[in-house]
Design a protein around this ligand. Structure first.
Ligand code: SAM
Ligand code: DTB
Ligand code: SF4
Length: 311
């Protein structure tokens, strides 16, 4: 079934109960509804980024305002310790993020060593390093990388209101390189940046139209970080966020839909609604990249209250 923006908008317009029922029905056809995949994130290189993405705390242009300055690429041993700790807490995938427009060759070689360390621990490895040049995806594939995260972030028509230093077309090109190298795609976006419902529908339609759709779809709620241009973004009706998750589930039935950034600001009840709407993956661990995430004890308690298990 294919969904254009108008078809996704029609899903958004459904009565809430009908939309959730449809999403949960689709979800149960493809997944165990009580199992949630857990990925742990590590920022392997923080801050000092050349890009200007309006939501991000790591742009070099506003390090004075956000208080996040350029860090160095972490040492291999630091990554090993963090990955082992994540595995011991129950994460099955380890995601490493770098505040780069894209990796330089020397840095890529060091990151490849990190991928090998994660794989040797028996975990899935995911990277998010920005735009990839020719041949870089193949090198990552040869190292055994499972997933590459590269988000479309918002609907095409809204993109240049948030990001001016690169185009969404350039990101599509990287997604193509990743796909052609045989690496699974993790691609989603951010909700709550002041976009309209139509823009949210357009983002979901764009993601669903990738052929095949991304294997993993992170739906981030904007974390409004002080010092960023979006620090005062208008609040989003939480039900609208749940609707977005449901639309992602219905249009990408076999993808993992990750309830990503913004969980720390959500109530347990809102997160439960997101799981009901078809989210079946989370970031697990006390920190995202520069902002907080619910602590592991809180997530374990939430899973127990809802009868959820990891997978
Ligand atoms: N520099 C690389 C890039 O932009 O692809 C990788 C790291 S970047 C921080 C990864 C993703 O994090 C972004 O594409 C965006 O979707 C998400 N992100 C960044 N800041 C965020 C925020 N304040 N709230 C929600 N999501 C955010
Ligand atoms: C994704 O979609 N969300 C993650 C991950 N991919 C790299 C990042 C969320 C970042 C939230 C803001 C921060 O911690 O700086
Ligand atoms: Fe840089 Fe990525 Fe942040 Fe954009 S989202 S400023 S590319 S780290």
């Amino acid at each position: 079934m294919s969904f254009d923006t108008a078809a996704v908008e029609a899903l958004f317009e459904l009565p809430f109960n009908d939309l959730i029922y449809r999403a949960q029905t689709v979800h149960r056809q493809h997944f165990d509804p009580n199992r949630i995949q857990r990925s742990t994130l590590l920022s392997i290189k923080t801050g000092g980024c050349s890009e200007d993405c309006g939501y991000c705390s790591q742009s070099a242009r506003r390090d004075a305002a956000t208080g996040i300055s350029r860090g160095k690429l972490l040492e291999l041993e630091e990554v090993k310790v963090a990955a082992k700790a994540a595995k011991d807490k129950g994460a099955t995938r380890f995601c490493m993020g770098a505040a780069w427009r894209g990796p330089k060759e020397g840095d890529l070689n060091r990151v490849i060593e990190m991928v090998r360390v994660v794989k040797d621990l028996g975990m899935e490895a995911c990277l998010t390093l920005g735009l990839l040049g020719p041949g870089q995806a193949e090198k990552l594939a040869a190292a055994g990388l499972d997933y590459y995260n590269h988000n479309l972030d918002t609907g095409a028509e809204f993109y240049d209101q948030i990001i001016t230093t690169h185009s969404q077309e350039a990101r599509m090109e990287t997604l193509l390189r990743v796909r052609q190298a045989g690496i699974k795609i993790c691609c989603g976006g951010i909700i709550g940046m002041g976009e309209t419902r139509k823009v949210r529908a357009s983002l979901i339609a764009q993601l669903a139209s990738l052929d095949p759709p991304p294997e993993s779809v992170p739906i981030n709620h904007l974390v409004a970080i002080p010092g960023t241009p979006l620090e005062n973004a208008p609040p989003l009706d939480p039900f609208e966020f749940v609707r977005t998750i449901a639309c992602a589930r219905i249009t990408m039935p076999t993808s993992w839909v990750r309830l990503s950034a913004g969980r720390q600001q959500m109530s347990d009840e809102l997160q439960a609604l997101c799981f009901l709407a078809g989210a079946n993956s989370i970031f697990y661990g006390d920190k995202l990249l520069t902002s907080g995430n619910p602590d592991v004890a809180h997530d374990e308690a939430l899973f127990a209250r809802l009868g959820l298990t990891g997978c």
